[in-house]
Design a protein around this ligand. Structure first.
Ligand SMILES: Cc1cc2nc3c(=O)[nH]c(=O)nc-3n(C[C@H](O)[C@H](O)[C@H](O)COP(=O)(O)O)c2cc1C
Length: 203
């Protein structure tokens, strides 16, 4: 059976530019709304990307009401408040510290791995944080793939956000991502990337 993978075609140059080479981090947003269907579509894409033992520890809170945004802006760093205030939608990405409870359903051929994680806090924390960070990267690319701009930010008071939004489930917020269409002067100057020779070696 032929599918997108076996056809072996890859994305065209325009799609690669949209995701990588021409994509930018937006610092201001137009008032153009982002529909809930678009936000749902971001996750519908991102959720298929791989994680270790299929653990999928990332959780997403979409904030898109004035009231919710005001609650979130309170906890953003000074330099990030205006950006989040201008974004029509914002995603709070968080780690579920009980992600391993889902293992019997997500990894049905090795359900006992749940108990291995339960008994080993350092391994649980490392796996949760590492794979949630991977999923955060997939999330940003999913935003871009829909023709939307993303503005990821680590500059916020995570304890404050967790108390504000996650007081019941114990989630730990790791990244806030502004989502929308670019506004006035949305980009900073493009910063250089390391030359491949500085990052890549071959064996
Ligand atoms: C994990 C992460 C945290 C970031 N935190 C902030 C932040 O707190 N405030 C901010 O203005 N930009 C933040 N950024 C934006 C980066 O500075 C920006 O994505 C990077 O310089 C690349 O910019 P470009 O996509 O326009 O080339 C963050 C980006 C990432 C991926």
């Amino acid at each position: 059976m032929t599918n997108a993978i076996t056809a072996g075609r890859g994305l065209d140059d325009a799609a690669r530019a949209l995701l990588y080479t021409e994509a930018r981090t937006a610092n201001s947003f137009a008032p153009t709304p982002v529909r809930d269907e678009e936000l749902a579509q971001i996750w519908e894409l991102a959720r298929w990307a791989p994680t270790a033992a299929n653990t999928q520890p990332l959780r997403v809170l979409f904030v898109r009401t004035d009231e919710g945004r005001a609650r979130l802006v309170e906890h953003m760093s000074e330099g990030n408040k205006e950006k989040t205030a201008s974004a029509p939608a914002v995603a709070v990405l968080a780690v579920d510290p009980r992600f391993h409870d889902h293992i019997p359903a997500l990894l049905p051929f090795r359900p006992e791995l749940r108990d291995v994680f339960e008994a080993n806090e350092p391994m649980r924390k490392h796996t949760g944080d590492f794979n949630a960070a991977l999923q955060a990267g997939y999330f940003i690319l999913a935003v871009r793939s829909l023709g939307l701009a993303a503005g990821p930010m680590a500059g916020f008071d995570a304890d404050g956000v967790d108390a504000e939004f996650f007081s019941d489930g114990g989630r730990r917020s790791t990244l806030v991502v502004n989502i929308g269409h670019p506004g006035e002067n949305p980009w900073f100057d493009r910063l250089p990337r390391l030359d491949p020779a500085e990052s890549v070696s071959w064996a």
